[in-house]
Design a protein around this ligand. Structure first.
Ligand SMILES: *Cc1c(COP(=O)(O)O)cnc(C)c1O
Length: 354
């Protein structure tokens, strides 16, 4: 009854969404602030009658809203039901077993190997350096030595939080072959890093993936995007329409437009979050935690004794959930999402209680 494809899958494990008690939830990088007020307004005015009809399969208004917000043309924008779906369609459309493996870092978003297994692709990982940074030169070297399907990494990377500069991304794009896709997953780019969106005019093999889940505080809505040259976007539509023609609901398209239409609110909340991040990082460093330089809405940090799993358990007992990865090279670290100032104060108190 079960296909061999299914039996070969090892699914992604998301951070837990507990139901047993109320936690201070710092484990899945959700935004602690509410979405833009216009989102609430659209919800209040939405008529159930509208749900009788199918949504626009091309999500034209939503794509126009993205295009306006990011200085693109509508045909350079693709939207999907969360960036996880967008990424799944990217892996399907541009990576091919016959081209060779997909290249990505040994420590990065752990969904990439899952997409590979789902689509029957091989992958080769390239280790981060000793400071947990992506080394562009290693990708250039690897890409010149072997046949490969394409390159993908998150920038800023997860769960390290460290960002590459736009100049480094440009060097990579100039040095690798132009007939293989480079995907920059910018899920966290809004929290202080440089987006590569300005490069898509010059590099027809560049796709940027992103999401409204984190910086727009809309994880529950499920809206993701890809930006790239029109032929790449057209290819993604071909894949989408062979799988699910209506991935974004009527309500979802309207709410997305509302969120994108209020950049002032967006920047205010973002600045607030980044300030909390920096003060929390200072508090942790004062307690001799190692804290990697974060350009995201989380901190990747190692306690002074390196016993991250013990700290994870003691925080959980105190009602604070963070993320621990039982994985070589990072099992002495915790990933802590940035919450409200009060939540972070409680975190530091819990750490001090021991
Ligand atoms: C959160 C995250 C995603 C997925 O975002 P959704 O739009 O919520 O599916 C993709 N990539 C990275 C690196 C992420 O951290």
């Amino acid at each position: 009854m079960f296909s061999s494809r299914l039996l070969a899958l090892t699914p992604y494990t998301p951070g837990e969404q507990p139901r047993d008690r109320r936690y201070i939830k710092l484990n899945t990088n959700e935004n602690p602030f509410p979405p833009a007020p216009a989102v609430q307004q659209v919800l209040a005015n939405f008529s159930a009658e509208e749900l009788r009809l199918y949504p626009d399969p091309e999500a034209l208004e939503l794509r126009r809203a993205f295009a306006e917000r990011y200085g693109l043309a509508q045909d350079q924008v693709f939207c999907g039901n969360g960036s996880d779906e967008v990424l799944a369609l990217i892996f399907y459309s541009f990576f091919d077993r016959a081209f060779g493996p997909v290249l990505f870092p040994d420590i990065t978003y752990s969904f990439y190997p899952v997409f590979c297994s789902f689509h029957g692709l091989d992958f080769t990982t390239i280790p981060l350096d000793d400071e947990y940074r992506i080394r562009i030169t290693e990708y250039i070297e690897k890409a010149s030595g072997i046949e490969y399907s394409g390159i993908i990494f998150a920038n800023p990377n997860a769960p390290t939080g460290i960002a590459l500069s736009l100049a480094e991304i440009e060097v990579l794009l100039k040095q690798v072959r132009s007939d293989r896709l480079v995907v920059i997953d910018e899920a966290y780019v809004d929290f202080g890093a440089e987006s590569a969106v300005s490069l898509i005019e010059r590099f027809p093999n560049l796709l940027i993936a992103g999401t409204l889940s984190k910086s727009y505080a809309l994880a529950g809505l499920r809206l993701g995007y890809a930006f790239g040259a029109a032929p790449l976007i057209e290819a993604l539509h071909c894949a989408k329409d062979s799988f699910n023609s209506y991935p974004i609901s009527r309500l979802g398209q309207k709410l997305g437009c509302a969120a994108l239409g209020d950049p002032d609110y967006f920047f205010r909340q973002r600045d607030r979050l980044m300030a909390i991040r920096e003060s929390t990082a200072d508090e942790l460093r004062r307690r001799e935690f190692r804290v990697l330089p974060s350009m995201t809405n989380f901190l990747f940090t190692s306690p002074p004794d390196g016993r991250a799993v013990d700290l994870f358990s003691s925080l959980k007992k105190k009602g604070i959930l963070v993320r621990y990865f039982d994985k070589a090279r990072i099992d002495n670290f915790l990933r802590i999402s940035i919450g409200t100032a009060e939540e972070m104060k409680r975190l530091i108190e819990a750490i001090d209680e021991g």
